[in-house]
Write a protein that binds this ligand. Structure first.
Ligand SMILES: [Mn+2]
Length: 360
């Protein structure tokens, strides 16, 4: 799907909402609709009209990247953003303008409200995100590539890990390996934590040294042309104890059940339940505090979500994570996470690193 087709889809949503146009600030939405790969810019869209509003740092780039868009430069010596928006809206005949209430600051909203006389500002968050939930072939192939790079890089990293290195040493090496293997960027800050710190679902790598017997959890992903992979593996440095094996096996079984439950037409909360039941039946339900998974694409966390309360039905073309975990304070934790593509009859797992407990 090219950016013009994506814009057409959004225009249909605007029509349904009774809007004449929409003003966007979220980078991922702007990239999706226009191909613009940088930041700090805005997009204005109305029937037959599309503009990127940016400043002199990005105008040349936007002109090259955003086919079909008028590139409007604002900031010194040109008028303020609010005035720019007013001029365009009047020219394009916009009376009801949607904006991302969940994204723009109160300050910007206040400035726009003051300046846009005669134009109704209507909160309309999530319209682009709703379209982005279903990935097209091009998007899937980029996510696939990001997943392949992530798998390959993890395999390579395993040869580097040994007791005496710090979490930060390993994080730095991992970033290097991911980029060397073709990642444009790291999809998000790598979580590479060890020992008792593995009970922190989003722990931060520190100077802590890896010790023999430590669990080490890696939550990581490559990014390719904006598209992300999100995966987690927990390994043991040295021989795992019976307790470590026991917790690992419960999470692995839970993750497998979750994967088996993913398919189009199932509400997210049922997939969450299939996976969560395994952990609850083993008596660790209270140590699995997160939802089971989330959509992934241009953003690391996007629609749809899978948690105990998600009524939304999965659809073919969703790309999701399945990531149960058990986190035992002051002891440690295990999380196993794959990125998967939802299909009519099940799912395709896009991350392939082994889920057997690795004992280095
Ligand atoms: Mn995740």
């Amino acid at each position: 799907m090219d950016t013009r087709q994506r814009a057409e889809k959004l225009l249909k949503s605007l029509q349904k909402e009774g809007l004449d146009g929409i003003f966007l600030q979220k980078d991922a939405n702007i990239r999706y609709l226009s191909g613009f790969t940088n930041s700090d810019s805005y997009l204005l869209l109305a029937p037959e009209k599309r503009a990127i509003i940016t400043d002199s740092r990005y105008t040349e780039q936007a002109e090259k990247e955003c086919t079909g868009y008028e590139v409007v430069r604002w900031r010194n010596p040109y008028p303020s953003l609010a005035e720019t928006l007013l001029t365009l809206s009047e020219k394009w005949g916009i009376k009801k303008l949607g904006f991302e209430g969940a994204v723009i600051s109160y300050d910007l909203y206040t400035r726009l409200k003051e300046a846009l006389e005669g134009i109704e500002l209507i909160p309309a968050s999530g319209l682009v995100e709703e379209i982005r939930k279903i990935k097209d072939e091009d998007e899937i192939s980029l996510i696939r590539k990001a997943c392949d790079i992530s798998d390959k890089s993890f395999e390579e990293l395993l040869g580097y890990i040994k007791p005496g290195l710090s979490e930060k040493d390993i994080e730095r090496e991992f970033q290097y390996i991911l980029k060397k293997n073709g990642a444009d960027e790291i999809a998000f800050d790598i979580i590479g934590i060890s020992g008792v710190k593995t009970s922190l679902p989003h722990g931060i790598p520190s100077d802590k040294l890896i010790e023999a017997g430590d669990f080490v959890t890696f939550d990581f992903g490559a990014q390719v042309q904006g598209y992300k992979c999100d995966m987690t593996r927990t390994i043991c440095v040295g021989k795992a104890t019976d307790d470590q094996k026991k917790i690992y096996d419960i999470v692995a079984k839970s993750q497998k059940r979750g994967l088996e439950a993913v398919r189009a037409g199932v509400p997210g909360k049922l997939v969450d339940k299939a996976s969560r039941d395994v952990i609850e039946e083993a008596g660790y339900g209270r140590y699995f505090g997160t939802g089971l998974g989330h959509g992934v694409g241009l953003e690391i966390h996007e629609l749809p979500f899978m948690s105990t309360s998600c009524e939304e039905y999965l659809a073919a073309g969703n790309v999701l994570t399945v990531e149960p975990g058990i986190y035992l304070p002051s002891w440690g934790g295990v999380r196993i996470e794959d990125t998967v593509l939802v299909k009519e009859e099940g799912c395709e797992i896009l991350t392939h690193a082994t889920k057997k407990l690795i004992e280095l």
